[in-house]
Design a protein around this ligand. Structure first.
Ligand code: COI
Length: 361
């Protein structure tokens, strides 16, 4: 694999300090973008080339560009955090780089070398460092690396040209309510992914497929939809944009990776963070019936969702066809909040990074 260098072409018109500060005061999620972006091309026979860090701008695409028709696209999400000394560090970018390679393989796309992925993120954060929110709050700089097929033509085949980009967006809480518990609709008919499909790849198609069920969840008054397995329609998989954890007293359990669940970096990190705090942490199968029964008999004490964007968000209410229950009285649980704080402390540089997860710039 070739590893291109990234040439800097800085913006002649970055936003003013005052404009940037106004955005950082209330960034929301994914609404504002920094002054620059990274682009790297891949061409068959030539490999990766023309790495550039350029002003953030629209990308011209021919209407027959294959990604617009056949959705050959993958993406990642990771965050940069302001540290107590004013420096900036990203969280486990190598894990996102490796997952990006796995997604690329599944979508028949070229694999970007891990070091190029990490260097592209580093280069953008270094250039737009002023966009990383202040230390200590809920805010961070969300990085969105992605790759699209750019060959022009309507033939259904792996493209012979691709464009990799990294853009960055200052981010506050993903859910407008912050750590306020969210409500979940368990969809027992619509599925997110099937065995042998691409549920474990981070590709836009999975998110497009989730929108109708998400809209149905909203119509039931819920914030998020939870998917079950596509064969037996009973085993809990994930929320579509987030993984799930079940808390049984001192034990936390997350659904075992089946090939149709996205392998979340936050999900993986929490298995270690929980063990560090003295909890038992394991992967296992949880059925929706067990979820309801154990909530009703009180053995399932808390449930939370986790992901890069959502960090850790407590689940307060669960609805399924014919039933509704409160999780842990509808309030954020103690274990949920403790894990959340422990993870954020590592990411914000106020706790020891004993697993070597932080990547300083
Ligand atoms: C993330 O947590 O980074 C996600 O990808 C979830 C969503 C914003 C797509």
């Amino acid at each position: 694999m070739t590893t291109p260098t990234i040439e800097l072409k800085p913006s002649a018109h970055p936003l003013s300090d005052a404009e940037r500060e106004a955005i950082l005061a209330s960034p929301g999620f994914g609404r504002h973008f920094t002054d620059h972006m990274v682009t790297i091309k891949w061409t068959e026979g030539r490999g990766w080339h023309d790495g550039q860090l350029v002003p953030y701008a629209p990308i011209p695409l021919d209407p027959a560009t294959t990604v617009l028709h056949y959705a050959q696209e993958i993406f990642e999400g990771l965050k940069a955090y302001r540290q107590p000394d004013g420096s900036v560090a990203t969280f486990r970018p190598d894990q996102n780089a490796l997952r990006f390679q796995r997604s690329a393989r599944r979508l028949a796309m070229p694999e970007l070398p891990v070091e190029t992925f990490v260097e592209a993120c580093d280069a953008l954060v270094r250039q737009d460092k002023a966009w990383v929110p202040a230390h200590g709050g809920e805010e961070s700089l969300y990085l969105r690396p992605f790759m699209i097929a750019t060959e022009v033509g309507l033939g259904v085949k792996p493209a012979n040209e691709y464009l990799f980009l990294v853009i960055a967006s200052p981010a506050g809480a993903y859910f407008p309510g912050g750590v306020k518990p969210v409500s979940i609709w368990v969809s027992e008919d619509r599925v997110r992914a099937v065995p042998g499909g691409m549920g474990d790849a981070k590709t836009g198609g999975n998110y497009a497929a989730s929108l109708l069920a998400q809209a149905e969840a909203a119509a039931k008054g819920c914030d998020q939809v939870c998917y079950l397995d596509a064969v037996e329609h009973q085993w809990v998989e994930e929320l579509g944009g987030m993984n799930l954890y079940f808390v049984y007293g001192n034990k936390i359990v997350t659904p075992t990776l089946t090939g149709s669940i996205l392998e979340g970096v936050t999900r993986d990190s929490l298995l270690s963070v929980a063990r560090d705090l003295g909890y038992e942490a394991e992967e296992g199968r949880v059925s929706v019936d067990q979820w309801q029964r154990d909530s009703e008999n009180g053995s399932l004490t808390e449930v939370f969702a986790c992901g890069t964007a959502a960090v850790i968000t407590p689940v307060g209410t669960v609805k399924r066809a014919g039933a509704e229950w409160k999780q842990g009285g509808g309030e954020p649980g103690e274990v949920t909040l403790r894990l959340r704080q422990a993870l954020l402390d590592i990411q914000r540089g106020t706790a020891e990074d004993k697993h070597g997860w932080m990547h300083p710039l």
